[in-house]
Design a protein around this ligand. Structure first.
Ligand SMILES: C=CC1=C(C)c2cc3[nH]c(cc4nc(cc5[nH]c(cc1n2)c(C)c5CCC(=O)O)C(CCC(=O)O)=C4C)c(C)c3C=C
Ligand SMILES: [Fe+2]
Length: 445
């Protein structure tokens, strides 16, 4: 594996206001696999010839943008993938993909190589390949164009691998030759009390979490990555999100969720290096190819906000275990006061035994902690005039069992009356990519 000087790599928490040197490929150009090119051409109803679709690895400066120079670039290269401890942006486009039937190991490798090349350009605010205006106007543009004029927008792209890539599905054997590389910890999530999961919005072979300041930038990234995948993988389901519901950096103010409560106060933060190693990054307990990576759990959680809005303030605060405006634990006065679960008033616990924060707190979970990085969503409304509102919950942890531990504890949660988990996914997130490498390269060595 290629080694980079450590100085090349950002440390956890670094990210915003940093620029990244462009990748300098040995050849200067890269060619998406022929199958991928044919897929793209097929989708456009055009025939592509040989190297006609080759893309410049470094991408092109976007018109009106200051690619690679601006202050809104989050480095793509690093020990860990960006989009985990880097400051949470306000917008999300999350996408789950399935590999196409009959695809094999080479398709997967080529796809990951092509996605890596594209991600390098996109996160620097560059247009893909030869950009919006190819030399030959009979070919489709290599970049769809809607991000022209926009900066990098702190775009981060975080990639994950689904369990089926390792185990195969049904009796299709071991199509990607990865069965022996399945980490022991990579067990499927069990079903939980109150789960109402929709199959069409759950799982997937690959996931991409695109976060940015501007929804157009996140959507442009997913759209172009989906386009590059044609012939090898297809979009399975996706989710737009707004208003981050967590902080990942102590410099960020804690935002509110759609219940109107501060969300993310007790999150694992980017400067808690010890806690990150203990709870979030895969270490020596995991296989070498995944060390420095993590596991991403996504849960689409419907929130019946109309019913919530009819609950009294006292009741809302009892359910959460914190005050609504300040976000302080009910046993304290300020947001960052440690909750005192032993505190009593008139012989009753001040923080309800079935409140969300008591049940989710490490004290109630053998010390388990997760890094939350979710987003609000509103997907239209129903015929009863209710909003399709919810939380697209995302968490990172070094072992999926840690999420399950916390989620199981939430069985008696008073909040369950107002929420339902309707989608779910679990992916292994490989460590960060270094210059000259591709995503998850160590998995294939
Ligand atoms: C299994 C993990 C969790 C799910 C699912 C979950 C859903 C969920 N949470 C809120 C709102 C809040 N959660 C808060 C704290 C909190 N939540 C979890 C885990 C899950 N939440 C943890 C580990 C914690 C931290 C507990 C602690 O250590 O104190 C809070 C309080 C503020 C904060 O610390 O973030 C709120 C508010 C909603 C609305 C929701 C599903 C829709
Ligand atoms: Fe929570």
């Amino acid at each position: 594996m290629a080694q980079d000087p450590a100085a090349d790599r950002p440390q956890p928490g670094e990210g915003h206001e940093t620029t990244e040197a462009p990748e300098a490929p040995a050849s200067g150009r890269f060619s998406p696999s022929r199958r991928g090119l044919l897929g793209i051409a097929g989708a456009a109803g055009l025939a592509l010839g040989g190297a006609g679709g080759a893309a410049v690895a470094t991408g092109l400066a976007r018109r009106g943008g200051t690619a690679g120079q601006g202050s809104s670039v989050v480095p793509f290269h690093g020990d860990h993938q960006a989009g985990i401890v880097t400051p949470a942006q306000d917008r999300l486009h999350f996408a789950s993909f399935k590999m196409v039937d009959g695809s094999g190991r080479d398709d997967l490798i080529e796809l990951l190589k092509d996605w890596t090349t594209a991600a390098r350009a996109l996160t620097q605010g560059k247009a893909l390949g030869s950009g919006v205006e190819p030399d030959n106007a009979l070919l489709p543009p290599e970049d769809t164009g809607e991000a022209e004029g926009l900066q990098a927008g702190h775009l981060t792209l975080t990639f994950g691998l689904g369990r089926d890539l390792f185990t195969g599905t049904d009796d299709d054997g071991d199509p990607y030759g990865l069965r022996a590389r399945l980490p022991e910890q990579f067990q499927p999530l069990p079903s939980f009390a109150f789960d109402l999961l929709e199959e069409a919005r759950s799982g997937g072979d690959l996931c991409i979490q695109a976060c940015a300041d501007d929804p157009q930038i996140a959507v442009h990234a997913i759209r172009n990555l989906a386009r590059i995948a044609v012939g090898r993988a297809h979009l399975f389901w996706s989710q737009l999100g707004f208003g981050r519901t967590s902080s990942t950096s102590p410099e960020q103010a804690t935002p509110g969720n759609l219940f109107g409560f501060k969300d993310g106060t007790a999150n694992v933060m980017s400067d808690e290096t010890e806690a990150l190693d203990q709870h979030i990054w895969v270490g020596e307990e995991g296989p070498e190819w995944l060390r420095g990576g993590s596991y991403l759990v996504a849960r689409r959680i419907m929130m019946t906000i109309e019913t919530w809005d009819r609950a009294s303030l006292d009741e809302q605060e009892r359910i959460v275990g914190r005050s609504k405006l300040e976000g302080a634990p009910l046993s304290g006065a300020r947001e960052f006061d440690e909750p005192d679960f032993q505190a009593e008033s008139d012989g009753e616990p001040v923080i309800d035994l079935a409140s969300h924060v008591r049940l989710a707190h490490p004290e109630n979970n053998d010390g388990a902690r997760i890094l939350r990085r979710g987003y609000n969503y509103v997907d239209g409304s129903n015929t009863l005039g209710q909003m399709g509102a919810g939380l697209f919950f995302i968490s990172f942890q070094k072992d999926p069992g840690i999420f399950s531990r916390v989620q199981r504890s939430l069985k008696p949660d008073l909040m369950n009356e107002y929420i339902r988990h309707i989608g779910s996914g679990l992916w292994a997130v490989p460590p960060g990519v270094r210059s000259g490498e591709f995503l998850a390269q160590a998995l294939f060595e």
